[in-house]
Design a protein around this ligand. Sequence first.
Ligand code: FDA
Length: 527
Amino acid sequence: MKFLQHSVLPFLIVTLSLNGATLAHSYGDFLHCLSLRISNSSTISKVIYTQNNPSYSSVLNASIHNARFSTPTTPKPYAIITPRKTSHVQSTIYCSKNHGFQLRIRSGGHDVEGVSYVSQVPFVILDLVNFREVKVDTENEVAWVQSGATTGELYYGIASKTQTLGFPAGICHTIGIGGHLSGGGFGVLGRKYGLAVDHVIDAKLVDANGRVLRRKSMGEDLFWAIRGGGGNTFGVVLAWKVKLVPVPPVVTVFTVNKNLEQNATKIFHRWQYIAHKLPKDLFTTVWVMKVNSSQVGKKTVQASFRGMLLGGVDELIPLIQNEFPELGLAKENCTQMSWVQSILYFGGLPIQPVDILLNRHALPVSSVKEKTDFVREPMSETGIEGFMNMFLEEEADFAITMIEAFGGRMDEIRENELPYPHRAGILFESTYIVQWTNEADAGTYINWIRRLYSYMASYASKSPREAYYNYKDLDLGTNNIIGYTSYEQASVWGLKYFKNNFKRLVQIKTKVDPMNFFRNEQSIPPL
Ligand code: FDA
């Protein structure tokens, strides 16, 4: 089926299939429906952005974090809805369902495959940019955070009230809470406290029937599913109640860079045996990338060993000297700071002033493709050498692999506790990232990262080769974006992300959204 896009006429007739059944409806009817339900004309102008609106492009682009999906040929939404009240969300669901538009929910817009703001069928975006409230209650050590807030806004909100509480979520401060918590959320506190979703204790969700549900009213099955079972699948999560975790007033971060000439391969080889067994208070990660060599005009590959101890430098140095002397950690590699400053440190930003955490656009946007692996057995030295050497290739000029140690708390949580199953026995997770600036070269770079992924097949987890849902990779397989997707078809990617939890996710989806209203290329399909 072919659709007209871009030059949207207000009364264009479109057709869209909802789980097999084809609906024929008009864009004009959709707008009419939404305007009637919102009713107040000054609110309408702040909530509905059609393609004729002068602010349409800036609203669309404000939360696009992958330039790969903002080219002139990228399909654009018929309208962007930026709700200010829960009733606006309910109305958007009602009108898109009744007038045949697919809904894409966007919080921070960091989806690696752009599925929160791109679709191949007529669609509208529900953009939660106005749902950004963060309410921190230090007495009860909890916070309510709306989905459109970023992790940075949450971190800042906590730190502006207390230096001794934190939240274990992702490293980058511009990612949206809505998408991040829908897929898990691993960061520097992960070895100590597990994932962000391990600390969600309530949520506010609008389901496919427009009902507003809390933990009690949605029931434990659905509450289990939304904590990592994927975004745009079970409903629109408006807000999350999270339990905060203790952090010391001072943490110590460090970076030690080793390149190929400085034994990077051997040290990384050793790191694999140690990092997951270190005390929970110590997180380490290795970032592999191409850098200039000390020989003029030559390149080498650097393994940058970074980490954070929930404690002081005087505790860190003897700990590393004892457990991982090969690293040669010295005091000058270390800096003491507050937990909230460490977020900026790992994000490659100056650690002062911390209010940069409120800047949703603090990081540059380029074209990106990512893939992930979970590794359960240490790689051989030869294997690591081959992996590192791939970074000497031309296409890897702006490539990086971030390798994060697991173990600690992650080893203690059962695989089926929540939808995210990659727990006990994982040594580390690798996120492979390739970036480019000229869209015409996209194929070359994507081809490189696919070759890197093929190379890593013999070292990664097997049957299934596990992958992290938060770094979506459509190479792993997709749903039919129109019509029915069978369990078998979706299992191809679903088992990689969710292992045996996939089946339960499908059962819950079948119960709560049998018509598959909330859908995207890798949302859980109903039976
Ligand atoms: P976005 O708004 O694009 O949404 C992502 C998905 O969730 C889409 O399918 C969307 O429809 C759905 N969705 C969004 N809001 C929803 C809502 N309120 N209700 C229902 N569905 C909703 N991960 C990690 O674990 N640790 C890390 O350190 C990082 N770091 C990182 C850095 C950078 C630069 C990027 C690009 C990504 C990461 N990630 C990460 C991955 C990140 O967690 C993942 O991309 C999240 O889905 C991003 O959430 P956003 O809300 O920003 O995305």
